[in-house]
Design a protein around this ligand. Structure first.
Ligand code: MIG
Length: 801
């Protein structure tokens, strides 16, 4: 098992029996007779770190993946010993370490049931070629166990029966099951017997995961170097596993500006300026909301980063300002490759200061990318990141660009078989010098990190917006992401759906696909179906490659244009809902998209569902993934749901047929939900409005909802200037109560809520607000009644007959 054929085989080595044990506050160390050390650190009651050294000594403890802001501390820790095991107890977990073999097993501290146990457990192979070890772990896999996560893998949501590799790779026109692609996120979550746990293998070398592929009762993971160093994260709720992993590797440091949650239009490439203006004008003329327009590599002078082609863009500052006056934020691409050109300032400075990556024997790492031969900054060096951040001053502070798009940062190199740097390239790795084998997977994240700090500094007091292609665990702290160069096919629409869900489960919610497909050209029908899905992803951008024709919402004819407008309008109406979900994401690590297994893990029907997902807390979405569809079968999770279009109530826990012509897709709202809606705007902040709609979906019983708000940009929210409205709904036969509790000091400009009550089972006879009977304007449709109230109510009480 887990053999590595590329490297010299010396055979597997194993720990022998424990001969020494030490405890130092939260860390226990077990040393074996053959000098293997296992360090067990209790990070939290439900998070335990396991770290192994094969010859007595650990490397310096350093991680790009784990954030210094991660919560630490536990309620309870006790270590006991019996004849065969050391037994470590926290309030959530019991961890047993076998004295003879160093094998680990983990149990739920409450019901004492087994959660996960080592099969062989830790073992290793010495690496003749590179030194160090190929470190391996194998765990027993239960029959009913399922696996999720692992970032951007383009496969079904459940990973069981498959094997994967993590090595960030430029993957133009990747396909279903292509592995690896752009990201390396060595985290998975598993569920078995209604208990979910997660494993984060924090190792930036090439890692591999096998989920009962090679042997059906074994799950294993291994790396080509570095330490066996993993975190075991216990739920038992999968959502808590994801939240704890996100806490460990970091939530986004800042909320995105609200405009970044709007619709984005991109192309490789819009140029010259007149072309850009034509596009933005058409959005406004056709009244399709849009907040961001992108400039791909052709805006630069010969693809030199931080320059402009003055022939195409004679006065970027003026153009960016004019676009902004029309509500468009300009986002520009910046790649890592710096053109070798002594006339070029950025290159000269990088060279003078010795900021570029070098080969093992000293020469610079030279590689061909868009500008021709390039050198590449070593973003794993703090000084280089600082320099890189500084390069954004002119673009952001002076020209007024609002967002930066980092591409090719796997790093990608053209015309070489491995599409990247050779292994021998040297990196600083924040003072832990190493080869590219160790730094490759983290390179893109460190570039995005430096970019983020540049934007943060020069956009101040506004919030930064960064998007990256490559990422390692933790990149979500700095940046949003897209899935790279997909293809305009129906299969890729399904892949995009799975990837966005899987990214959200892997702690990275601010993600989306190139809507419509990057390579090749979609038919109008596929484009419309893709828009319908894309408006329910946290990051929503149309992008495509220029060689395959136009891909603006209006190029497929009027019918498609109208459908696109209808769905983009829904996205803009739901902005306060998405913003609230984003707040929960940065505050608690809650994933913005929830695969059904994460939404309702008790229902085993959900464990193999891939298509349906829950957006935020209360909206169920199921994309149409086939041509010529008039609807589809889908699984509705347990509970009662309202059809978004008709208000018809369906009882879940089963598959149903849902009608969905091309201008429609299956969307359901959880009963009891309060869904906030803004009026349609052409861009965020276009309109001043005095009223926000609350769509209230009657439930016989209780349900909670939230509405987060703040200034939509800037940092005042970090000082308490936000408002979080907590709604509690109680529905009875002839009575209905909506309570509101507000936290925070922000006061939005609007004064009223238009409360639309769906399916109220009675006609309203009287209304009390905060215990006072009032006359209010009411209006009625066949399925809803609405009333307008002051937004600061604390209790709305309706009586009826
Ligand atoms: O070698 O900048 O994934 O989004 O439009 C292609 C041009 C380089 C790849 C990105 C794509 C972008 C394109 N880039």
């Amino acid at each position: 098992m887990i053999v590595n054929t590329e490297l010299e085989q010396k055979g597997n080595l194993f720990p022998s029996e424990i001969t020494d044990y030490k405890k130092d506050v939260d860390t226990l160390s077990f040393t074996t007779k053959n000098n293997v050390v296992l360090q067990v650190t209790v990070v939290r009651d439900s998070v335990i770190r396991f770290r192994y050294a094969t010859s007595g000594k650990f490397e310096k403890d350093f991680s790009y993946g784990v954030t210094i802001h991660a919560s630490r501390g536990y309620n309870f820790l006790d270590v006991a010993e019996d004849k065969t095991h050391y037994i470590i107890k926290t309030s959530k977990l019991i961890c047993k370490v076998e004295k003879l073999s160093l094998q680990v097993s983990l149990y739920d501290a409450l019901d004492l049931k087994l959660i996960n146990e080592d099969e062989i457990g830790f073992h290793w192979e010495e690496s003749y070629e590179f030194g160090g070890d190929i470190v391996k772990m194998s765990k027993a896999c239960q029959k009913s166990e399922s696996f999720y996560g692992l970032g951007d893998k383009p496969v079904e949501v459940n990973l069981k029966g498959k094997r994967f590799e993590n090595w960030a790779t430029d993957s133009y026109a990747f396909g279903k099951n292509t592995d690896p692609i752009y990201k390396a996120i060595p985290f998975y979550t598993a569920i078995q017997d209604n208990k979910a746990y997660g494993i984060f293998f924090d190792n930036t070398f090439k890692t591999h995961f096998d989920f009962a592929h090679e042997r059906r009762n074994v799950t294993s993971f291994w790396a080509q170097g570095g330490e066996m160093n993993y975190y075991f994260i216990y739920g038992p709720k999968m959502e808590d596993v994801v939240k704890n992993y996100t806490d460990l590797t970091g939530k986004p440091h800042t909320l995105p500006p609200l405009w970044a949650l709007g619709f984005h239009q991109c192309k490789w490439s819009y140029y010259p300026e007149s072309n850009v203006k034509e596009i933005t004008k058409t959005f406004r003329d056709l009244k399709i909301p849009c907040d961001a327009i992108y400039l791909d590599i052709d805006y630069m002078d010969g693809f030199r980063c931080f320059t402009w082609d003055k022939k195409y863009f004679p006065d970027p500052k003026r153009m960016v300002k004019e676009l902004e006056d029309d509500g468009f934020k300009t986002v520009v691409i910046i790649d890592p490759g710096i053109k070798i050109d002594l006339e070029y300032d950025v290159f000269k400075e990088g060279l003078d200061k010795d900021y570029f990556c070098k080969r093992a024997d000293g020469p610079y790492m030279k590689g061909k990318v868009w500008p021709g031969e390039c050198y590449f900054p070593d973003y794993t060096k703090p000084e280089v990141r600082e320099w890189w951040s500084g390069l954004f001053q002119e673009l952001i502070e002076d020209i007024g660009v609002k967002g930066v798009w980092n591409d090719m940062n796997e790093p990608a190199v053209m015309d070489v078989p491995n599409k990247s740097f050779p292994d021998d390239v040297r990196h600083d790795y924040d003072g832990n010098p190493c080869s590219h084998r160790k730094a490759h997977n983290i390179y893109g994240t460190q570039m995005a990190r430096a970019t983020y700090h540049g934007l943060k500094k020069y956009a101040y007091p506004k919030r930064p917006f960064v998007i990256t292609r490559s990422a390692y665990s933790g990149a979500q702290r700095y940046t949003s992401t897209w899935m790279g160069d997909n293809v305009a096919t129906w299969e890729h629409l399904a892949i995009a759906n799975n990837q966005a869900q899987r990214m959200a489960m892997s702690g990275f919610s601010f993600a989306g696909s190139d809507i419509g497909g990057f390579a090749e050209q979609p038919q109008g029908e596929l484009f419309a179906r893709w828009i319908q899905l894309g408006v329910f992803h946290a990051f929503c951008r149309v992008h495509s490659s220029g060689d395959h024709g136009d891909q603006e919402p209006w190029v497929f004819g009027e019918e498609i244009t109208d459908i696109v407008r209808k769905f983009v309008e829904i996205r803009y109406q739901l902005l306060p809902y998405l913003y609230t979900a984003f707040w929960n994401h940065i505050d608690k690590g809650t994933p913005i998209l929830k695969s059904l297994v994460l939404f309702d893990q008790e229902d085993i029907h959900t464990h193999y569902r891939s298509d349906e997902f829950v957006y935020g807390e209360h909206i169920l979405v199921c994309p149409i993934l086939e041509p010529n569809a008039k609807g589809r079968r889908m699984y509705v999770p347990r509970g009662k749901w309202y059809n978004f279009w008709t208000d018809e109530v369906v009882k879940g826990g089963k598959e149903i047929w849902v009608d969905a012509d091309l201008d429609n897709m299956p969307i359901f709202i959880k009963e009891g939900a309060v869904i906030p809606k803004y009026p349609v705007q052409q861009y965020v902040g276009e309109k001043k409005f005095d009223e926000v709609t609350l769509d209230v979906y009657y439930k016989h019983g209780k349900e909670k909802s939230q509405l987060y708000d703040d200034a939509h940009d800037g940092y005042d929210y970090k000082k308490g200037r936000y408002s979080l409205r907590n709604f509690k709904l109680t529905g009875k036969k002839k009575e209905f109560i909506l309570q509101q509790h507000k936290e925070g000091t922000f006061d939005a400009a609007y004064t009223k809520f238009n409360i639309v009550l769906h399916n109220l089972p009675f006609t309203i006879t009287s209304v009390q607000i905060d215990n006072v009977e009032v006359e209010v304007n009411q209006s009625k449709t066949s399925t809803s009644q609405s009333i307008t109230v002051n937004k600061e109510f604390t209790e709305l009480h309706l009586f009826g007959k």
